[in-house]
Design a protein around this ligand. Structure first.
Ligand SMILES: CC(C)(COP(=O)(O)OP(=O)(O)OC[C@H]1O[C@@H](n2cnc3c(N)ncnc32)[C@H](O)[C@@H]1OP(=O)(O)O)[C@@H](O)C(=O)NCCC(=O)NCCS
Length: 147
């Protein structure tokens, strides 16, 4: 079966997640970062499974009526199959239940794929953070969507 299954993230998932993280980012999160998100009561963490294998994940932090995308990646072999869309759809439902109204994120200005994904969801650019990223140095585009 090729249906993508979205479920909560658990500590046992972390090694698989970190291997995707390393393939996806120049400054990847550590195992400890994922562990602290899993245990935080202010975080929503999800993985996408395809045939029992983790192929993507998302972490979002929420406080009062605001939430912030912390991490989102899909394994390079499984991109352009709607997996990021399924992860975002899932967390947005949960964030609405949590009472979030404003969903913020930062994205590298050169990250065309992610910017397109967010635009498609209805995120709009609301600012630029100069020199926000390192390795390589780059500005962040700040985007926001009203839930
Ligand atoms: C960005 C990322 C998460 C997208 O994951 P994905 O599962 O491939 O995305 P989806 O298949 O759900 O794409 C949904 C829509 O986003 C847009 N999109 C996604 N990848 C795109 C690309 N490479 N080029 C143009 N548009 C793209 C399209 O509009 C797409 O819809 P379509 O396929 O019907 O045209 C993935 O490329 C990734 O993991 N990149 C590395 C990590 C990263 O940059 N994370 C975001 C940090 S802010």
């Amino acid at each position: 079966m090729n249906t993508v299954y979205i479920r909560e993230m658990y500590p046992d998932d972390i090694p698989e997640i970190v291997s995707i993280e390393k393939l996806s980012f120049s400054t990847p999160w550590s195992e400890t970062s994922f562990r602290s998100e899993i245990y935080s009561r202010y975080s929503v963490t999800r993985v996408a499974e395809l045939n029992g294998v983790i192929v993507g994940y998302i972490c979002v932090k929420h406080v009062a009526d605001e939430c912030h995308l912390l991490d989102l990646a899909v394994h390079p072999d499984y991109r352009r199959r709607g997996i990021a869309r399924a992860l975002l759809d899932n967390v947005i439902q949960e964030l609405r239940i949590e009472g979030c109204r404003f969903f913020y994120l930062e994205v590298r200005s050169s990250n065309y794929a992610a910017r397109k994904l967010y635009e498609k969801f209805g995120f709009n650019m609301v600012g630029i953070r100069k020199g926000y990223y390192v390795n390589p140095a780059e500005d962040a585009v700040i985007m926001m969507m009203e839930l």
